[in-house]
Design a protein around this ligand. Structure first.
Ligand code: 5RP
Length: 227
């Protein structure tokens, strides 16, 4: 990643953290952009005595936020989530997104759909007219070879998500990830419904009808778009 892109993630992440107010229950996303949100929130907790409760979208986020003094609760231990701030891999003009590059898509979707408001933080490289990058799908390990064959037969060009040792990546729910390599996704809702209807698919990385605002880092400024 270029240092320009990293800078865009930093300024966008820090700006997004300003949306958080006292007494909020905050869903906290996953990934390198959200790392900057966590840092900024940690600073606000320490310096401004900001009082919040966090709900993590991954075990890594739980650890990193807790280290900075943010009290972390499971999604089932809170009555409501006021605001969730998360990253995305791509965001299209129709405000659909692909998520899951960091393997956290299932918890991210659960937290997002239980949140009153959702903000995505991205750098400008992630804005596209239509979604067109690999699509992560979280699958139950049992029967996943059969599912992989079906994805192949359906022309989805699947690949296993593997770790550095060549073993399947395990999500925080101990599932596997299969990445689908598709041409431009013309109808994310229809594709999402097709995938969720396949036995063994736990969740897919297509997020539609979720986001309220997008915070976009550019070279010298931050743009905020309401969905
Ligand atoms: C993790 C995600 C992340 O939000 C997405 O991959 C963006 O990550 P980064 O900010 O590191 O580019 O969906 O599952």
């Amino acid at each position: 990643m270029s240092s320009t892109q990293d800078l865009q993630k930093i300024i966008a992440g820090r700006r997004a953290a300003e949306f958080v107010q006292d007494d909020m229950v905050v869903g906290i996303g996953s990934g390198s952009t959200i790392a900057h949100v966590i840092t900024a929130l940690g600073e606000r907790v320490a310096n401004e005595n900001l009082k919040i409760v966090g709900v993590p979208t991954s075990e890594k986020t739980r650890r990193n936020a807790a280290k900075l003094g943010i009290p972390m609760y499971n999604v089932d231990d809170v009555d409501k989530i006021d605001l969730t701030i998360d990253g995305a891999d791509q965001v299209a003009d129709d405000f659909s997104a692909i998520k899951g590059g960091g393997a956290a898509l299932l918890w991210e979707k659960i937290v997002a759909f239980n949140s009153r408001e959702n903000i995505w933080v991205i750098d400008q490289t992630k804005r596209v007219p239509k979604l067109e990058q690999y699509l992560p799908v979280e699958v139950i390990p049992y029967g996943s070879e059969q599912l992989f064959k079906r994805f192949t037969a359906d022309g989805f060009h699947p690949t296993w998500r593997l770790d550095q040792n060549g073993n399947p990546v395990r999500t925080d729910s101990a599932n596997f990830l299969i990445d689908l390599h598709l041409p431009v996704i013309e109808d994310p809702r229809a594709l999402g419904e097709e995938l969720i209807g396949m036995v063994g698919v736990v969740e897919h990385g297509l997020f539609t009808d979720v986001v309220n605002q997008i915070v976009i880092g550019h070279e010298n400024n931050v743009e905020i778009i309401k969905a």
